[in-house]
Write a protein that binds this ligand. Structure first.
Ligand code: UDP
Length: 337
């Protein structure tokens, strides 16, 4: 299929581009490079440094490349920043998606795979979280994605030819097996890269945010899904959407997590095994807005799309991240620190 990947120079989007090309699809990348990395772009794949808000330009790209489906990864992802700058999040994540969907409507592109988030559940009423668990996002980031979910339902209701699949991501982690691409956020806020930075001496230590949660070891529990497994689900989705007889699996929402939670302490222990030594750790206060336990029930995506995560051992996931960070200690911007 001819597929446009927005945010294709970002962490998750760059892994999507690699796997789509490998699976034989014709990929076109759109990224405004506000956070994406030019160095992650593979040779031979058309790239446009364009913002999703540029509706006319996006429409032209869709027409030029006869795009059949869009995978939309371009978005801001920082919960804390979204609380401080809500309009920035609604502008880019919600209005940006609307601009993209409008360009698709004008160009007659009817297939859409959307990156939503477990943050749309807020403090969930139950764990594991099912797709039917009530959604009650507690910050602008979660709400900016929740709005797009509602918009997608409305578009699908209005246009019987429009088909979408939206994934609610849990904690995405790891890097490509060959360590040629990986996670490089500025600033980095995610647990696994920060733990590994402490192991590398790039940071003095890792601070555990809260040790008094109502969990077995007192630290928060999350569901860590390997980025390549996450992308494998997107490829199943886009191929399903492109295949009319299987359209039953369209216009729906799937949790993407491995269905098992690991505590911060377990991630630290697994990381120490991977790096082969102690990682300097300090205990700190709880981070505001962190629920004690978030992990998915992902039976729906396994049953309906036939997805099966390959990396269910956290040590294996962390090992891929370790290989990336140790070979790219300054991320994409140089090779030494
Ligand atoms: N965390 C931590 N120290 C850090 C960063 C994160 O203890 O420096 C904890 C955080 O409280 C949460 C888990 O690690 O329980 C995962 O956090 P992350 O920011 O990676 O993802 P989130 O679950 O917030 O999407």
């Amino acid at each position: 299929m001819n597929i446009l990947v927005t945010g294709g120079a970002g962490y998750i989007g760059s892994h999507a581009v690699r796997q789509l090309v490998k699976a034989g699809h014709n990929v076109v990348i759109l990224d405004n490079l506000s956070y994406g990395h030019k160095q992650s772009l593979p040779d031979g794949v058309p790239f446009y440094q364009t913002d999703i808000a540029e509706t006319n330009k996006v429409e032209e790209i869709l027409r030029t490349h006869r795009i059949e489906a869009v995978m939309h990864f371009a978005a801001f992802i920082s919960v804390g920043e979204s609380v401080e700058k809500p309009l920035r999040y609604y502008r880019n994540n919600t209005a940006g998606a609307m601009s993209l969907l409008e360009a698709m409507e004008r160009a007659g592109v009817k297939r859409f795979v959307f990156s939503s988030t477990a943050a749309t559940y807020g403090e969930p009423a139950e764990v594991p979280i099912y797709e039917t668990t009530p959604q009650n996002p507690i910050n602008p980031y979660g709400r900016s994605k929740w709005f797009v979910e509602q918009i997608l339902k409305d578009i699908a209701a209005a246009d019987p030819d429009f088909r979408f699949i939206a994934f609610r991501y849990f904690n995405v982690a790891g890097a490509s097996a060959d360590a040629s691409i990986g996670e490089d956020h500025q600033p980095e806020t995610h647990l696994i890269p920060l733990v590994l930075f402490a192991a590398m001496g790039k940071r003095p230590n890792i601070k555990v945010f809260g040790t008094d949660y109502p969990t077995e070891d007192g630290t928060c529990i999350r569901d860590y899904v390997h980025v390549d497994d996450l992308i494998a689900a997107h490829i199943l989705a886009v191929e399903t959407l492109g295949n009319a007889p299987q359209a039953a699996a369209a216009n729906t929402f799937y949790n993407l997590g491995i269905g098992r939670g690991y505590s911060v302490k377990e991630i630290l222990d697994a990381s120490e095994k991977v790096v082969g030594g102690k990682i300097p750790t300090v205990h700190g206060e709880r981070r505001p807005g962190d629920p004690a336990k978030l992990y998915a029930n992902s039976d729906k995506v396994q049953k309906e799309l036939g997805w099966k995560p390959q990396h269910t051992d956290t040590e294996e996931v962390i090992a891929t991240a370790w290989k990336w960070h140790t070979t790219h200690p300054n991320g994409y911007s140089g090779s030494s620190f």
